[in-house]
Structure formats: structure tokens, C-alpha cells
Design a protein around this ligand. Structure first.
Ligand SMILES: Nc1ncnc2c1ncn2[C@@H]1O[C@H](COP(=O)(O)OP(=O)(O)OP(=O)(O)O)[C@@H](O)[C@H]1O
Ligand SMILES: [Mg+2]
Length: 252
């Protein structure tokens, strides 16, 4: 059982405050979804949790099992079991997907690493995701289509077996069939692996496959409203601005 707690976090980049007193807690066995307008800081939040050093933390804390992780590198956070499936996965020319995965998993498992087991598992997950096995031997994300990149993030998740999964727009760029495959595979992972999930998405359709316990609306760098799946309908019917106006009205 693990807990990731974002406590009153204020983050800036280039003298611009992006996250503004954000609070959120994700426990093992919970799925949270964050929805919100473009440019409101959703990806920033996911990158800051993972330890991206481009962002400056002005106030607040990020706690994993009640201990601050702010001083930890990306690598150390990954070893705690935190994983980020990125909105725009990076291309790394000259490092094959297989090399990258093998190195990441080897460093996690140490002497317990078994090459044959790794290859077998990688092949099996590729089948499960209906991914072309050639992808494994190509440079990481280089020339991968949008959908291929997203599936590749899920392949990494399955192999690394994180306990805290952050998925930033894992649905963007997926065709309807791939969306179903990715959605079902994430849900399958959740059912079989003890983990907590934070989903960032713009669309209800991903939530046909992945059922969050909590929906949060993020605007202007903080969470302005939380609720259950019914909040998605409210967003679709009213739009973000109207929800924000209502909240401001209630508070004045
Ligand atoms: N490296 C950076 N330099 C300057 N501004 C940045 C940087 N990274 C993020 N920002 C700004 O921070 C704000 C929040 O960006 P972020 O990517 O977190 O938004 P988002 O909520 O994920 O949006 P979207 O829904 O479009 O993905 C944007 O205005 C963005 O331009
Ligand atoms: Mg984003």
C-alpha cells in the first residue's frame, strides 16, 4: 500500500507560476482522473512529480509514503515505483527500445534480472498490445507514429511494474481500436498489480475503459472541483468556464 501526496504545491518556470497551491492524494487501489483546459498545468504536474528539474518548486511538498521526495532524482523516483507515461514521449536516436528497456529493468532488478524471462515477457506484452515486434529493435520513439509511442509507454509500464502510474493523455493520437486496446490493458494492469493511477485526459471515451474513482477539474494551476464520474457529464454539458464561474459565485 503506497500513498503519493501533493501538498500545497507551488511551481514556477521562467518566472511564471504554473502550479498554484495544488493538493492531491493518490493511494494504491485508487484511480484519479484530472481534466482541465489546455495550458492549465496538467503535464507540468506529472513532470514535477517525476522530478523534472526544469521546474522550480517555490512552496509545498511531494510525499511518497509520508516522506518527501523533492530531493530525489528521476531515477530514484522511478525506483520507488513511480512511472510517467508522457504526453509527448522523447525520441532517443541510437538507443534501441530493447536496450533502453533492458537497462531500465536490469537496474531495477539487479542480480535478479533474467534475460530470457525479460525477452519472453516483452514479446507477450507486444502481442497483448497488438504492437509490431519490430518496434522493439528500432531507436526509442524515433519515427514512431503517435499511437505507436503511446503503446510503447504502456509496454514500459508493464515491464517496469510501477506502483504509482501517471498517464498523461495516453489516449491522444489513438485510433478507436488502439484506444480500446490501451484502455483495456491499463485496466488489466490495475486489476493485477497493486497500484494507484493518475490519468490526465480531455475525453470521456478513455473513461469507457478506465473507470476512475475520482475526477478532478484543474484550472489555473490548482484543483477547483472534485467528484465522481458524474463530473465528466457536467464538464461536457457546461464547459470549464461555466463551472469556474459557479464556484467563484459560491465563494463570493
Ligand atoms: N519549459 C517551459 N517553458 C515555458 N513555459 C512552460 C514550460 N513548460 C510549461 N510551460 C507553460 O506552462 C503552462 C502549463 O503547461 P502544461 O503543459 O502543464 O499544460 P497542460 O495542462 O498539460 O495543457 P494541455 O492540455 O494542452 O496538454 C503553459 O502555459 C506552458 O506554456
Ligand atoms: Mg498536457
Amino acid at each position: 500500500m503506497h500513498t503519493l501526496k501533493i501538498k500545497d504545491l507551488v511551481v514556477q518556470i521562467e518566472n511564471k507560476v504554473i502550479l498554484n497551491h495544488l493538493n492531491l492524494e493518490i493511494k494504491t487501489g485508487e484511480i484519479h482522473a484530472i481534466m482541465g483546459p489546455n495550458g492549465t498545468g496538467k503535464s507540468t504536474l506529472s513532470k514535477v512529480i517525476m522530478g523534472d528539474s526544469n521546474y522550480e518548486i517555490l512552496e509545498g511538498d511531494i510525499l511518497f509514503d509520508d516522506k518527501s521526495i523533492l530531493h530525489m532524482s528521476v531515477d530514484e523516483r522511478a525506483r520507488l515505483g513511480i512511472f510517467l507515461g508522457m504526453q509527448m514521449p522523447l525520441e532517443i536516436e541510437g538507443v534501441t527500445n530493447a536496450d533502453f528497456l533492458r537497462t531500465a529493468i536490469h537496474s531495477k532488478q539487479g542480480n535478479d534480472f533474467k534475460l530470457m524471462k525479460f525477452i519472453k515477457e516483452m514479446n507477450q506484452i507486444c502481442d497483448q498490445l497488438k504492437m509490431d515486434k519490430q518496434m522493439i529493435h528500432r531507436s526509442l520513439n524515433s519515427g514512431f507514429s503517435g499511437g505507436e509511442r503511446k503503446k510503447n509507454e504502456i509496454l514500459q509500464m508493464y515491464l517496469l511494474k510501477p506502483n504509482t502510474v501517471l498517464l498523461d493523455e495516453i489516449d491522444s493520437g489513438l485510433d478507436v481500436d488502439s484506444l480500446k486496446i490501451v484502455g483495456e490493458n491499463v485496466m488489466n494492469y490495475y486489476k493485477n498489480q497493486e497500484c494507484g493511477i493518475l490519468l490526465i485526459t480531455h475525453y470521456q471515451r478513455l473513461l469507457d475503459y478506465i473507470k476512475p474513482d475520482y475526477i478532478h477539474i484543474m484550472m489555473d494551476g490548482k484543483i477547483i472541483k472534485s467528484g465522481d464520474h458524474r463530473l465528466v457529464l457536467e464538464i461536457e454539458n457546461q464547459g470549464y468556464e461555466k463551472i469556474k464561474e459557479e464556484i467563484l459565485g459560491e465563494n463570493s
